[in-house]
Design a protein. Structure first.
Length: 77
């Protein structure tokens, strides 16, 4: 079942609900979801800059294979 079908199924089910406790729980879930932040928004500026530097390095081909990294750090593993 695709997501649109799932959503329509939920809408139909909710429209038939008469149980206030379930409706209250759904409202709580909606509120929590609306207030949740994307993980990116929780990062500080230093973390964001570090990720951007890593992506820039990747775009410029400044990467190492897993094998070469293992050789360098194998004594620490």
């Amino acid at each position: 079942m695709n997501i649109q079908t799932e959503k329509l199924d939920l809408i139909e089910w909710i429209s038939r609900l008469n149980d206030n406790s379930i409706i209250d729980k759904l409202k709580q879930i909606k509120e929590e979801y609306s207030n949740s932040k994307d993980w990116w928004d929780t990062l500080n500026q230093e973390e964001i800059e570090s990720i951007k530097r890593g992506l820039k390095d990747f775009d410029e081909g400044k990467t190492h294979s897993q094998e070469s990294v293992r050789k360098i750090y194998e004594r620490y593993l």
